[in-house]
Design a protein around this ligand. Structure first.
Ligand code: ADP
Ligand code: MG
Ligand code: ZN
Length: 562
């Protein structure tokens, strides 16, 4: 099987994401490799696919029992032979798993770092055919990282004891230079291929317009981009037809592309666009997979897509050459209704039982909501997208989106910042953002009462600030080093390297803040209310189940394309 067949067969996906293929190729050629990619980018596939193609076993060193369980469970559900060895197993379960491993039952074995140098595991490893050792969450090897795990340091020693040095690959989402250096050195990687990808594409300018007349607005945008190459995405074939004819009538050179056209016409549209014979293509989301045209200078979304994943992928086809490019979404309330209609049909599926269908609908609705909020936020659009994808947010101001350029104003926040800093200090750097904000805003909630914090002199001293605004200030202070935030499940606020400067009164802090959200005048439908913040990461259990479900459906080709 080829890597692409494996991607289809075992994982249910049709194409690779950025960085995956070159990492897989490097690993398959026998190179050590490091993948530094944001959370959710798809690092697991980069080692799981080679693992299935290598003749021997792949050991995956992973720091968390829950992580191992999740990954192994979904592998097994996808028909991959995998197992984990960690302290959640009883001794006899552990022995049994090792016996199976020796008998060659597993292709992938997830193992806790503490196990590696134990006599039993070493004995197994000495006689096993190990093709690759993968270190997941590789930043744990570094003391500069937030989750240092001393046992990660024993990995190279383990590898040295193997009869034959396997390929070694390492993956992390932590991209700071010090951590990266540690990964290369402390894991003793040999001439590794390093792949670094990030979600942020600084050259893309984002804007959402709420026009009364989308067609007129489209012409306006085209006039702003004379002679440039661009894609206009529509959500239906009908819209593609209408928009494309209107453009041609106006004298623009444009071709159309959707799944309802003959193979020949699609082929010819695509090539005409690719080779710069026709600058504009009007298309449904059927267009773009695997297309690599570097000089696309604008992407217009004539309709709001169904989720931010789709939006960012499609908008991201602009500016591949690194030149400035515009991503403009034309929103109307009707788009929400259309999407709801399309998705309710997409999920009308015989294969789904009641419970699964409810799950799919719930998830689809959640994504649609996040997409709709994007169209209404007054905060930084780039920030919103990056946060949705779980990337650690920047300062909340990118300077290259419509909102940043028009809806932000600069404000002196020195005084509230000082107050926040003093409060963190008074609380002995023991609590998280939520509690600090609660105290400062004068909350008398149960936790604040129980800890006796209503007696604090600073209690309520920032009551005039909205919670979202206060959080923005705290976030900014962390970013700028006035405060620090620990990693982990319960991040704790502490003083930062610049706290003293602030408390001594030597600092002036100015930050760009979004205007308060005011509802758009005309909401044509019962679209979800505008919100300032992106919804957090999805419920992991739900997400996992849905992923499996989607994989199954995709494998059976029940995901319709329109
Ligand atoms: P990471 O470890 O980088 O945070 P994961 O490996 O857990 O990310 O993958 C995140 C999600 O992306 C998973 O649901 C995974 O199945 C999915 N995914 C990975 N590669 C692809 C791909 N090529 N196409 C579609 N989905 C993918
Ligand atoms: Mg991962
Ligand atoms: Zn911005």
């Amino acid at each position: 099987m080829t890597k692409l067949e494996i991607l289809h067969r075992f994982f249910g996906y049709s194409s690779f994401r950025e960085g995956q293929e070159s990492l897989i190729d490097a690993i398959l050629s026998g190179c050590d490799a490091v993948g530094v990619m944001p959370t959710g980018a798809g690092k697991s596939l980069c080692f799981q696919i080679p693992a299935l193609l290598f003749p021997g076993i792949t050991l995956v060193v992973s720091p968390l029992i829950s992580l191992m369980k999740d990954q192994v469970n979904s592998l097994v559900q996808n028909g991959v032979r995998g197992a984990y060895l960690n302290s959640s197993l009883t001794y006899s379960q552990y022995r049994a798993a090792l016996r199976n491993a020796k008998a060659g039952v597993y292709k992938l074995i997830y193992v806790a770092p503490e196990r590696l140098l134990t006599p039993e595991f070493l004995d197994f490893a000495a006689h096993a055919d190990i093709s690759m050792v993968t270190i997941d969450e590789a930043h744990c090897v570094s003391q500069w990282g937030q989750d240092f795990r001393p046992s990660y340091l024993s990995i190279p020693e383990f590898i040295r004891q193997l009869p034959k040095r396997p390929v070694v690959s390492a993956f992390t989402a932590t991209a700071t230079p010090k951590v990266r250096e540690d990964i290369l050195q402390l894991l003793a990687l040999q001439n590794p291929t390093v792949m670094l990808t990030g979600f942020n594409r600084q050259n893309l300018y984002f804007e959402v317009r709420h026009p009364k007349d989308k067609l007129a607005e489209t012409f306006r945008i085209l006039e702003e981009h004379p002679g440039k190459s661009g894609v206009i995405y529509c959500s239906t074939r009908k819209a593609v037809e209408e928009v494309c004819s209107a453009l041609i009538q106006r004298g623009y050179a444009a071709v159309r592309y959707h799944a309802g056209l003959s193979d020949e016409e699609r082929q010819s549209s695509q090539e005409s666009f690719l080779y710069d014979r026709t600058p504009i293509i009007v298309a449904t989301n059927a267009f773009g997979m695997g297309i690599d045209k570097s000089n696309v200078s604008f992407v217009i979304h004539y309709n709001m897509p169904k989720d931010l994943e789709s939006y960012y992928q499609e908008a991201g086809r602009a500016g591949r050459d690194g030149a400035p490019a515009d991503c403009i979404l034309l929103y109307s309330g009707q788009d929400v209704i259309t999407n709801r209609f399309l998705s309710s049909h997409a999920e009308e599926n015989e294969q789904l039982n009641e419970e699964d269908r409810a799950l799919v609908l719930q998830q689809t609705e959640e994504r649609l909501k996040a997409m709709t909020f994007y169209c209404h936020t007054t905060g930084c659009l780039r920030e919103y997208i990056l946060r949705y994808f779980g990337e650690r947010s920047s300062a909340g101001y990118c300077g290259n989106c419509y909102n940043c350029n028009h809806l932000f104003r600069e404000e002196d926040v020195t005084e509230p910042a000082k107050t926040v800093c003093t409060c963190v200090k008074d609380l002995n750097e023991r609590y998280g953002v939520k509690l600090v904000c609660d105290v400062l805003r004068g909350s008398k909630n149960e936790r604040v009462q129980r800890l006796g914090l209503t007696r604090l002199s600073l209690h309520g001293s920032l009551a005039h600030l909205k919670e979202s605004r206060l959080r923005e200030i705290v976030q900014f202070m962390v970013m700028e080093g006035y405060l620090s935030l620990t990693a982990g499940d319960y991040p704790v606020l502490g003083l930062g390297s610049k706290s003293a400067e602030l408390l001594q009164g030597d600092a002036v802090i100015r930050m760009k803040l979004p205007e308060e959200a005011k509802p758009r005048k005309k909401m044509q439908t019962a679209a979800p209310a505008p919100a300032q913040t992106a919804p957090g990461t999805h419920d992991p259990v739900l997400f996992e189940r849905l992923r499996n479900l989607r994989a199954r459906l995709a494998a059976e080709q029940h995901i319709p394309s329109y």
